[in-house]
Design a protein around this ligand. Sequence first.
Ligand SMILES: *[C@@H]1O[C@H](CO)[C@@H](O)[C@H](O)[C@H]1NC(C)=O
Length: 179
Amino acid sequence: MDSLKTLIPCLCVVLLVSVFSFSEARDFVVGGKKSSWQVPSSPDQYNKWAEKTRFQIGDSIVLKYDGKTDSVLEVTEENYKSCNKSNPIKLYSDGNTKITLDKSGPFFFISGAEGHCDKGQKVEIKVLSSNHGHSPAPSPADNHHLHHAPAPAPKKSGGSGLKAGFMGGLAAVGFLAFV
Ligand SMILES: *[C@@H]1O[C@H](CO)[C@@H](O)[C@H](O)[C@H]1NC(C)=O
């Protein structure tokens, strides 16, 4: 029984780590799977969608539209806010645009069709930096689980002994928080 209790949290950690480190670049259709790039039914529709999505470096966004009547402009924040189409960073009008998010930070896209941006056909994409703040650090909740099993005796060898001590400390803190 004890070994099972130890095994389960370990498996969870392994699973989490593999999910985070092996996650592949993904394609996101702007607005949701079946959505197309057009004047939305409510003005903040695209940004509501974007806020729910965690974009990471290497992911791509996909926009589908009629290239004869519409386009996608990547613009500065200033021009995004004012729907200014006059000097885009990039212009796409092929009707099936895939844009790879190759760096962190915000990206701003507006429609190139007259008046569409003003009606809400615009989106801000926030790309998370992969190195900061989103690694799966063990949470106190995980330490609770660890503590149900007998605490492992600190190992004798230098480096891992230090590490074991550190983990033991973490577990103790978790245990105190639990009590
Ligand atoms: C639109 O942007 C361009 C360059 O980014 C600028 O020169 C122009 O004044 C802007 N127009 C308006 C109406 O803000």
